[in-house]
Design a protein around this ligand. Structure first.
Ligand SMILES: C[S@@+](CC[C@H](N)C(=O)[O-])C[C@H]1O[C@@H](n2cnc3c(N)ncnc32)[C@H](O)[C@@H]1O
Length: 504
């Protein structure tokens, strides 16, 4: 009977939820006639998701759009037309290792990984080019040529002439980057496990845009938070009296309710056992609670001094009278023989082994310490190679903390598809060596050539993959020497190619 009186299910909303599970980016919100917010489907975007060509049209709606967005969806949905070729001669411990190093454009690689890694990746860390407009060891300028942008944004007529003298060109700085990222993030999401997370480093050039496309791709309800990383300690001035010393890290998930991040271990430094309590170390805790009723509001009298305590104003005891007796009997509540006039007459012990969480939550400010600054990363690379062959690597400690907070150490897979100097592989090996974990890494990197007269090129590293692979070899040797840990230090190298062997 109860079932019959329940509000009927809103089948439309239930169906929309199902579509959201596959295409979170096509879900928008509308208000119904009663002003309530409801989920709705952006049919044009859904049509784009289900089409082999660009779907024309364009209704005004709340979303971030740019010339190339539909192309990005199409790019992500076009099947892989490449394969992976094994490169045994560059690999380490080919027969036994479970780590992968893949050379190629990550768009191709992410498509190829869809064959074996859907719902299998626990942690993705990426540090994509920030679109600063400068080029470093790698290209960091995603600006579209003015003519190309005018064409893509429909500002030219059929004969290629400008429709207006008053052209909009600002979007050309962001459009190329957004198209590049949108397609890759869409593919990456599919690889994540339900309880997996993606960490994305970014700075002010594209931070605002990244947040918008991630809200679309992962669903804004799957946004976990943002971490601030201190990049430098130097004083400086951008000309406006402002010194930028941090960048950002966005954290998204596939299914937020399934995610549990684990921060640093709690210190328990203030716990001790001065009275040899059989329940172990304790510290004085708060005996009061915000909520309660008559059964948790009563006087507690100290038998030694006669002092009577009530809960603090507006609060209740955290226990009933019956539980109070039990607590006194087993020593969790201990009456003081001596106390000041305004002091409570008893101690309410909080035991170390009662602590539900042995770890703190991950702080959004954990990376504001100097250890996480750019210069630490540069020093680390110099320590391995004598030269820093790579511009703006991330510190091992930073990625180590990220991997640690979301993986258990068993068989979790960690993917970095903008891997650069392979700091992520270094961090994964370091963590495994410390806790005996069996985490596996997948590094993806475009073989971007190094500058002809750079130190890297001069020393024989002709492209960034050469730097990345050698970094893993050297980091592995260092970790092995320092810890002696028996972990997987190897990696299989694959190269994007047109032969027909795929990794698994
Ligand atoms: C900012 S760096 C990453 C640095 C890295 N976190 C580290 O600690 O060394 C970005 C990297 O992404 C690479 N990259 C850019 N576009 C790529 C693509 N389409 N496929 C694969 N790698 C790409 C660049 O070559 C560059 O090495």
């Amino acid at each position: 009977m109860d079932k019959l009186t329940k509000k009927p299910a809103d089948n439309v909303q239930l169906n929309i939820e199902k579509i959201a599970g596959i295409f979170p980016n096509v879900i928008t919100e509308i208000r119904d006639e009663n002003g309530n917010l409801k989920k709705a489907v952006d049919f044009e975007l859904l049509k784009q998701e289900l089409s082999y060509g660009i779907v024309e049209g364009g209704k005004e709606r709340y979303q971030l759009t740019w010339p190339g967005k539909k192309e990005a969806i199409l790019l992500a949905n076009t099947p892989a037309d490449k394969t992976l070729k094994p490169v045994k001669e560059d690999s380490v411990d080919w027969d036994n290792t479970q780590n992968l190093y893949i050379e190629g454009d990550n768009l191709d690689v992410l498509k190829l990984l869809q064959e074996s890694y859907v719902n299998r990746i626990k942690c993705i860390y990426i540090d994509p080019p920030y679109n600063t407009g400068k080029d470093f060891t790698y290209k960091d300028d995603y600006r579209l040529a003015a003519a190309d942008y005018l064409k893509k944004s429909g500002q030219l007529d059929e004969e290629g002439k400008r429709l207006s003298q008053d052209n909009e060109l600002n979007g050309r700085f962001h459009s190329g980057w957004l198209t590049m990222m949108y397609s890759r993030l869409k593919l990456a999401r599919v690889l994540l496990k339900d309880d997996g997370v993606i960490f994305i480093s970014v700075d002010d050039h594209e931070h605002h845009n990244l947040r918008k496309i991630c809200d679309e791709i992962f669903g804004s309800s799957n946004f976990i938070g943002e971490v601030i990383r201190k990049t430098k300690s130097m004083t400086g001035d951008d000309g406006n009296g402002f010194n930028l010393q941090h960048e950002n890290l966005l954290i998204y998930s596939k299914k937020k309710s399934a995610v549990h991040l684990v921060g640093k271990e709690k210190s328990f430094a203030n716990y001790s056992n001065p009275d040899n309590d059989p329940y172990g170390d304790w510290c004085p805790g708060d005996p009061s609670a915000k909520r309660g009723g008559d059964s948790t509001y009563f006087p507690i009298k100290n038998p030694y001094t006669g002092k009577v305590d009530y809960p603090p104003k507006g609060r209740f005891w955290a226990f009933s009278e019956k539980t109070l007796k039990e607590y006194i009997n087993r020593g969790k509540i201990k009456f003081k023989v001596d106390h000041g006039e305004n002091e409570r007459g008893f101690i309410f012990k909080r035991y170390k082994n009662e602590a539900i969480n042995r770890n703190n939550p991950v702080s959004s400010l954990f990376a504001t310490e100097n250890d996480f600054m750019n210069q630490s990363a540069t020093m680390e690379l110099k320590g391995l190679f004598n030269e820093s062959y790579f511009d703006y690597p991330k510190p091992v400690a930073f990625i180590y903390e990220l991997v640690k907070c979301c993986t258990t150490g068993k068989d979790d897979i960690i993917l970095d598809f903008f891997s650069g100097s392979a700091t992520t592989a270094h961090a994964v090996m370091k963590l495994n060596a410390e806790d005996g974990g069996r985490r596996k890494f997948i590094m993806v990197q475009l073989p971007e050539p190094t500058e002809p007269n750079s130190a890297a090129n001069r020393d024989g590293y002709k492209n960034i993959c050469e730097i990345g692979k050698e970094r893993i070899r050297r980091a592995a040797a260092k970790i092995k020497e320092e810890t002696g840990a028996d972990i997987d230090y190897g990696f299989r190298v694959y190269r994007v190619d047109s032969s027909d062997v795929t990794a698994n």
